[in-house]
Design a protein around this ligand. Structure first.
Ligand code: 13P
Ligand code: SF4
Length: 307
């Protein structure tokens, strides 16, 4: 197909025109830059984005997020073109375990069922029995008949789930470097500054931070919680990018980030320019080898079937 581009037109106009010509859909995570969220067809958390990717009719998915998210879209859609506008947008936590390490862990606990957080590579998903996200971790673990679970790679999400279930959980020592910057002392200080505020945190936060929150929610859960009529001021313990959507959707309410330091540098690699270039060049592509994809899809499908 010949694509006609007016290089003097504003960036967003060029993206929207090209998106139409390519029959593309733009999916963006809640941590993306505001300007990227604003041109997306859908903005959400990892679960909502996977569900959206699973049912899209578009030929091309431009994934504005990090590598494992685009990979999950590709796992679910082997015949579609999946673009990640910056190929260096990875998730350091997802890279804290590889397939060989998981195979070793499974040898240590041969009777356990393996649950992987969606923040994992396709190879690790392929070695796992079922996948979960921050929105459904407790539900996924509770759905498993086995009482012994290996949980990878996020020790803090794993610990949070373990407080909600009676199952024995073997936790891999991974963590999110961005959420590790969120400190309990900051919440204590903000609670005294804003005595009427509620506090929500993401389950990737440390246990002592989780202990201080009114609610522990995925990013999509935080977005829904903020819409509640009784929530007027909200202390938010997660990556800073979510504040854009919270303020945009809830004018008149006050959103207070626990720390301005909780910025995921990988999420911020995606810019409007890179979205345009990826649509122009149909690159960088994310594609999973078929032998891995089929096994990884089984773990993702099992999750999607129970939520
Ligand atoms: P959510 O699925 O809650 O959006 O979290 C994704 C993530 O990477 C959190 O750091
Ligand atoms: Fe990975 Fe943390 Fe960034 Fe989420 S915020 S993508 S878990 S590094």
């Amino acid at each position: 197909m010949t694509v006609h581009i007016d290089i003097d037109a504003p960036l967003t106009e060029r993206i929207l025109k090209l998106k139409k010509e390519r029959n593309a859909v733009i999916l963006a995570h809640n941590y993306q830059l505001g300007e990227v969220q604003d041109i997306a067809d859908f903005v959400g958390d990892s679960l909502e984005l996977s569900q959206n990717a699973a049912k899209t009719k578009a030929d091309v998915i431009v994934f504005c997020g990090v590598h494992f998210m685009a990979e999950t879209a590709s796992i679910l859609n082997p015949d579609k073109t999946v673009l990640l506008p910056d190929q260096h947008a990875g998730c350091p936590m997802a890279n804290m375990i590889n397939a060989r390490q998981l195979r070793e862990e499974k040898k240590k606990f041969p009777k356990a069922t393996t649950v992987c957080y969606i923040n994992t590579t396709a190879e690790v998903k392929a070695e796992s029995d079922i996948c979960c996200t921050s929105a459904n971790g407790v539900k996924v673990v509770e759905s498993i008949p086995n009482n012994e679970i290996i949980f990878v790679p996020d020790q803090y999400l794993g610990h949070f789930i373990s407080t909600k279930t009676r199952k024995t959980m073997h936790l891999w020592p991974g963590y999110c470097p961005t959420h590790a910057r969120i400190r309990a002392e900051d919440i204590t200080r903000l609670r005294s500054e804003y005595p009427n505020a509620k506090a929500v945190v993401h389950p990737e936060c440390r246990p002592e931070v989780i202990a201080m929150a009114d609610e522990v929610l995925s990013t999509g859960g935080i977005i829904r919680y903020a819409r509640r009529e009784d929530v007027k001021e909200l202390i938010v313990g997660t990556e800073l990018g979510i504040i854009h959507r919270l303020r945009k959707e809830n004018p008149g309410k006050r959103f207070i980030p626990v720390t301005e330091q909780a910025v995921c540098p990988n999420m911020k690699l995606i810019t409007l320019e890179k979205v345009l270039w990826s649509l122009e060049e149909m690159a960088p592509l994310v594609k999973v080898a078929e032998s891995i994809r089929v096994k990884a899809k089984a773990a993702v499908d099992k999750m999607l079937a129970i939520v």
